[in-house]
Design a binder for this molecule. Structure first.
Ligand code: PLP
Length: 454
């Protein structure tokens, strides 16, 4: 048995963490999470923390589900691994693909598996470019994405994404990807501009980019239905129908990245259904297994699938763990639990509306809060110095980190991204859990306020 101090020292000496300033981590020491149950995580010192982020937007059915462990164990004994290359298959990916086709929008019936959201987006990029080449239009290869989008950390994921610090470090992105404005009304709407009009203007940026490149050069538009890591940016309801109309007008494919929004988060199985969008591809991962196993599923619409099957020959692309039998067994059990417990409906009709109301009532009026917003069980809190002018604290991002640190000390895990605090709890949260979270966040805001206005 290692003490906390020993684990921290070994961690600092040998373990390079994702998205971490290692020098800072060495000084502060890492927090070692040792176990978890229901909506709570516990660190090595026994501190109980309410997990407002469902891990990384993924543990939708909460922690400690024996049924998932049993499904994994049974599958490991039966067939721990076999691949899905070269016309081979095994039962669990077959059954999972069928289940996903049933849950997805009607015109989406094929699935390509991977292990992560980043891999799924790589696949999606390759697939849409391949599609246009098969259709005799290889020059139709440009992709339109958005500033501050997050589509993963591989080279293609980073290039598709619109995170400036990531692009700076990449120092040479995949070519022919451009980034347009995001539908972020709180900062980008003009004075007096309605939400509706702002949504149309943000969609117009997509049309402008298509026209600038020439429609015969543009393969696809990619977007998260609700931008997640960029700050839970919920588009006006006018945005997606207009983006879809524009894509159809210029014969540009529509790619949705539902790595966060998939499997119930917005109150439907997919946010495509929440926003009434008919995408050509849907990237999913995370909550597909509630994070209990690494697995992604790229859902492919009939248009692309038909061309791939009829004209494609061999698609020279695939991952060793595509359709991993154990991960697929866990996904099937996870989806069964989501259905059995009615979690998607619960988010839509009960906990989602309650979450929105509780955020407004307990957090929205705080002096440090410029806006709260949510959709389903996905929320954001904008931290400002001045509510009326929306002026931020300096340096940028520091205030949200201050409040976040107080929240964690209050037993509330949430995330700070820029000047926004974000929440994406497990879908098992109840009214009581939501009240508990809001109480802890309100306390953290009071403590943060005392620090920030010293
Ligand atoms: N796309 C979105 C919208 C995400 O939020 C993420 C991860 O947070 C990814 C893609 C990448 O997924 P992964 O980390 O599984 O590669």
């Amino acid at each position: 048995n290692y003490s906390l101090k020993q684990l921290q020292q070994i961690d600092a000496a040998h373990h390079l963490h994702p998205f971490t300033d290692h020098k800072e981590m060495r000084e502060a020491g890492s927090r070692i999470i040792t176990h978890a149950s229901g909506p709570f995580i516990y660190d090595s010192e026994g501190t109980e923390i309410l997990d407002g982020m469902a891990g990384l937007w993924c543990v939708n059915i909460g922690y400690g589900r024996d049924e998932l462990a049993e499904a994994a164990y049974a599958q490991m004994k039966e067939l721990p691994y076999y691949n899905s290359f070269f016309k081979c298959s095994s039962p669990t990916p077959v059954l999972l693909a069928k289940k996903l086709a049933e849950l997805a929008p009607k015109h989406v019936n094929q699935v390509f598996f991977g292990s992560s959201g980043s891999e799924a987006n790589d696949t999606a990029l390759r697939l849409v470019r391949h599609y246009w080449a098969l259709e005799g239009k290889p020059e139709k290869n440009r992709i339109i994405s958005r500033k501050s989008a997050y589509h993963g950390s591989t080279i293609a994921g980073t290039s598709l994404g619109g995170m400036e610090p990531m692009h700076r470090q990449l120092n040479g992105a995949v070519p022919n990807i451009v980034h347009v404005m995001m539908p972020y009304a709180y900062e980008l709407a003009l004075p007096g501009e309605s939400d509706h009009d702002f949504g149309l203007r943000a969609a117009k940026a997509v049309e402008d980019a298509i026209l600038e490149a020439g429609a015969d050069k543009v393969a696809a538009f990619i977007g998260e239905p609700v931008m997640g890591a960029g700050g839970v940016k919920i588009p006006p309801m006018s945005y997606w129908p207009e983006v879809q109309r524009i894509c159809r007008k210029y014969d540009v494919l529509l790619m949705l990245d539902e790595v966060i929004t998939g499997y119930g988060r917005t109150g439907e199985w997919f946010a495509a259904q929440t926003f009434d969008i008919e995408p050509d591809t849907i990237t999913t991962a995370k909550a597909l297994t509630s994070g209990y196993q690494p697995l992604s599923a790229l859902l492919v619409g009939d248009r692309i699938a038909a061309t791939l099957v009829e004209k494609g020959g061999e698609f020279n692309h695939g991952y060793t763990y595509a359709g991993h039998p154990v991960a697929c067994a866990v996904a099937l059990k996870n989806l069964e639990i989501i259905e059995r417990e009615g979690l998607v409906d619960r988010v839509k009709n009960d906990t989602g509306p309650y979450f929105a109301k509780a955020l407004q009532e307990h957090i929205g009026g705080h002096d440090l809060v410029g806006e709260v917003r949510s959709i389903g069980l996905m929320g954001a809190i904008e931290i400002v110095r001045d509510k009326a002018t929306k002026e931020r604290f300096l340096p940028a991002g520091s205030a949200a980190v201050t409040v976040r640190d107080h929240a964690v000390a209050q037993g509330m895990m949430l995330r700070a991204t820029g000047d926004t605090m974000i929440l994406s709890p497990p879908l098992i949260w109840t009214h009581e859990t939501i009240d508990m979270a809001c109480g802890r966040i309100a306390k953290a805001l009071d403590l943060g306020q005392a620090d920030l206005r010293k």
